[in-house]
Design a protein around this ligand. Structure first.
Ligand code: HEC
Length: 146
């Protein structure tokens, strides 16, 4: 037993190290969608900043980027792409229609942000930024696991 303990300990730490590596090492379509999600997070934050500064050209530009991503998003979840280190929930593939609806809701909110920006309506800009944020969260609740 005394000899087995260090061996299994080494095996365990190797396993942990491999997992950490895998998490950093997302590749292919999983990495592409993770990068797109990270970019969308940055865009949303930038939109809040721009809205505070009454920079509605900027909020409109960011809204278009977000809406574009919302339209393309389902294509980034092909069958079989729920592979490590993805946080995609299996529900995406068992309920692809619902997932697409959630992506459309997000794109619609982003399009509203674009329209409010074009109208230079600050109140509507903030209201639609809130809607966009709510659409991120409501999709994550069902279709993302951590
Ligand atoms: C229609 C569903 C849906 C919408 C809308 C959505 N997300 Fe996600 N998001 C996901 C899923 C699914 C994942 C997990 C992807 C994976 O790990 O393969 C994810 C992952 C992420 C991640 C982690 C990326 C990484 O590096 O692992 C961030 C950050 C994120 N989303 C931010 C946002 C923000 C911000 C919004 C709104 C502007 C948003 N998401 C809208 C479904 C959605």
């Amino acid at each position: 037993m005394r000899k087995i303990f260090p061996l299994s300990f080494i095996a365990a730490s190797f396993f942990v190290a491999a997992q950490v590596l895998a998490h950093q090492g997302a590749t292919g379509i999983v990495k592409e969608r993770m990068d797109a999600f990270k970019a969308s997070q940055t865009h949303l934050k930038s939109a809040v900043k721009a809205a505070k500064a009454d920079n509605f050209d900027e909020t409109q530009k960011l809204a278009r980027l977000l809406a574009d991503w919302g339209t393309k998003m389902p294509d980034f979840f092909p069958v079989g792409s729920d592979i490590m280190p993805s946080e995609a929930a299996p529900t995406i593939w068992s309920d692809m229609e619902g997932f697409k609806r959630a992506a459309t809701q997000f794109a619609d909110a982003a399009n509203q942000l674009a329209a409010a920006s074009a109208a230079r309506n600050k109140e509507a800009v903030f209201a639609s930024i809130k809607q966009v944020g709510a659409s991120c969260k409501s999709c994550h609740r069902v279709y993302r696991q951590k």
